[in-house]
Structures are given as structure tokens and as C-alpha cells.
Design a protein around this ligand. Structure first.
Ligand code: MN
Length: 338
């Protein structure tokens, strides 16, 4: 039986405002010993909305937007799908010895309204909203949406100081243009590099695989500031070897983690726009993320979840658990040891 019963819960009613777990002064999830997990509010992990608490250390925010995709559309429904799949997340993370929602005040800031008919306007809206949210909370975890949203996030976060980017993805996303368009889900990191938002001595792709247009893609990518841990090296390295490579590249720099769910093999994430065979397992990805605890993570995104291609919530569950490990890795030390 889960140990949820030992958690102190706030008063609530059987309808409307539900009873919540309150620990270390932080308002957490709906108390699922009193309210079934499939009832209650549709926020991420049933956490409070940003307007329900007096401060936030970290906000989860959705960007339902997919006008930047090159293949299968549908990531605009990603935020709602990940939230729905997050209802099973429980308060204590035994693999990291931490209660991520007790160690910090995590909230759900809802969705950023992004114009579905004007990509340029949407990019500006995401940057503007991210900047406004950063007045309310120091850190953001974005649920996409397609990968285009990483660019306005980096503009909002890295305007003062360039950041390292750790980019989990089957693809490079440093291509130049598609059909003459500079802003797409395959180009955010080239634009970010050109704009001086990236610390070009400290960025790294993880899980890259699949066919490219040509060998020149890799030359350009290195020049834009990225090292690489391709999927073909992950078996030999193991999760701890991948973590070592990332930490050696990033050091103590501020880092933005960008996770395209297609870094996972289609067996673990079928619900995505541009799937490629031969990817990471969800167990490998979660292990690598746990190894990044203690890095100076200034923000993160999980993108490209397209529920129309999902089955039995496979991709949604992978994304929700990815978010949970990220939130645990972003929680302030010290971790409680049990
Ligand atoms: Mn991508």
C-alpha cells in the first residue's frame, strides 16, 4: 500500500477545493487518499494553480502550439495529454530520496495562448509570457507544443547570460530553414546560437540518430556549439557514462534542458511527430535525468508529445514521468536520505 496516508493534508471539501498535501510549508498535490486520482483538478500532478498559492519556486506551463512542425501535427494537444497522464505521480521519489513538491513550491501556470495561425506572433507571445511568468517564479518547466517553443524560452531565459543547452532528441534541430522558413521545430537551436543565447562551449545533444540530409549537417552543428552523445553510443556508455559526458561538457554553467520526447524509441513514445527507430528506453532517460541533479538548471521543456498517435497513454506517461524526474532534479539540495 502506498505511504500517502502519512502525509499531512490540508482541509478541503468533497467538491470544489480539494484537500491537499501540505509539507514543509509547500502546498502540494491533491490528497489522493481522500480524492480519487481520476477526480479533481486537471493541473499537472494535481498541483495547485499559480493563483492558489502565495509564492512559486517553479511553474509548469503548457504551450499548446504546433504550427512549426514539418511532419505529423498534433503536439498542440500535448500539454493536456501530459497533464492527464500525470495523475498517477505520487509525492515521494524513492530513486532520488526526495519529495519534489515538498522541497519546493511547484505550481501549474496553465497554458500560454499562442496564435495558431501566425508562427511569428506565437513565438513573440511565448517569449512575452515566459518573461511575465519569470517575474512570478524563478524557474519554468514548459510542456509543449512543438520544438519551436524552445527558442522563445531561451530568449526569455538567456538574454543576460548565454546558457548551456542539454538537448535530448533524435534530431539535431540545428537546421537552417525549411521551405524558406527560419522558424520551425527543426531550427530553434541554430537561431538560438546565431542570437548569442547559447554558451557554445557547453551545449550537447543526447540520443541523436536517424538519417541526415548530409554529413555537412554535423559540421554545421559542431560550429553552432554542440557536442553529441549519439544513440549508437548509449549502450556502451550506460546511463552513468552519458551523465559523465554531459556533466563534463556543462560544468557549473547555467543550463537549459530541452527534451524532445522522440529521444525515446517509438516503442516508448509512439505519440510524437517525427519518430525514429533505435532510441533510448524511458528507463535510460529517467536514469540520465536523475544524474543531472545538482546542475544549475535554469529551465526546461518537454516537447513534441502528439497524443493522436499515442496508444494507451504510453507517450503521455513517459512524458509525465520525465517531468517528475526533472522536477526532482531541479529541487534544491539537500536531499533527504532514507
Ligand atoms: Mn526536436
Amino acid at each position: 500500500m502506498p505511504d500517502d496516508t502519512s502525509s499531512p493534508a490540508a482541509e478541503g471539501s468533497e467538491w470544489g477545493s480539494p484537500p491537499r498535501i501540505v509539507e514543509a510549508g509547500h502546498v502540494g498535490q491533491v490528497d489522493n487518499t481522500q480524492v480519487p486520482r481520476f477526480a479533481g483538478p486537471p493541473t499537472f500532478a494535481q498541483l495547485p494553480r499559480i493563483d492558489e498559492v502565495d509564492h512559486a519556486d517553479l511553474a509548469v506551463v503548457g504551450v499548446p502550439f504546433d504550427a512549426g512542425v514539418s511532419y505529423r501535427p498534433g503536439a498542440r494537444f500535448g500539454p493536456a495529454h501530459i497533464r492527464a497522464s500525470s495523475r498517477l505521480l505520487r509525492p515521494y521519489n524513492p530513486a532520488m530520496h526526495i519529495s519534489p513538491f515538498a522541497a519546493q513550491q511547484v505550481v501549474d501556470a496553465g497554458d500560454i495562448a499562442a496564435n495558431p495561425f501566425s508562427l511569428h506572433e506565437a513565438v513573440a507571445q511565448v517569449e512575452r509570457s515566459a518573461r511575465a511568468l519569470l517575474e512570478r517564479t524563478p524557474r519554468l518547466l514548459v510542456l509543449g507544443g512543438d520544438h519551436t517553443v524552445a527558442l522563445p524560452m531561451l530568449r526569455a531565459l538567456a538574454s543576460g547570460e548565454p546558457v548551456a543547452v542539454v538537448h535530448f532528441d533524435a534530431h539535431l534541430d540545428t537546421w537552417d530553414t525549411y521551405f524558406g522558413a527560419a522558424y520551425t521545430h527543426g531550427t530553434p537551436f541554430r537561431r538560438a546560437s546565431e542570437e548569442g543565447l547559447l554558451d557554445t562551449s557547453a551545449c550537447v545533444h543526447v540520443g541523436t540518430r536517424g538519417p541526415l540530409y548530409g554529413a555537412r549537417d554535423l559540421v554545421d552543428d559542431r560550429e553552432l556549439g554542440f557536442a553529441m552523445v549519439p544513440a549508437t553510443e548509449i549502450d556502451a556508455l550506460g546511463a552513468s557514462g552519458v551523465v559523465e559526458r554531459i556533466r563534463a561538457r556543462v560544468g557549473d554553467r547555467p543550463v537549459y534542458l530541452s527534451i524532445d520526447i522522440d529521444v525515446l524509441d517509438p516503442a516508448f513514445a509512439p505519440g510524437t511527430g517525427t519518430p525514429e527507430a533505435g532510441g533510448m528506453t524511458s528507463r535510460e532517460l529517467l536514469a540520465v535525468l536523475r544524474g543531472l541533479a545538482g546542475l544549475d538548471i535554469v529551465g526546461a521543456d518537454i516537447v513534441e508529445v502528439a497524443p493522436a498517435y499515442d496508444h494507451a497513454e504510453i507517450t503521455g506517461i513517459a512524458a509525465a514521468h520525465t517531468a517528475y524526474e526533472l522536477l526532482s532534479a531541479m529541487a534544491p539540495a539537500p536531499r533527504e536520505q532514507s
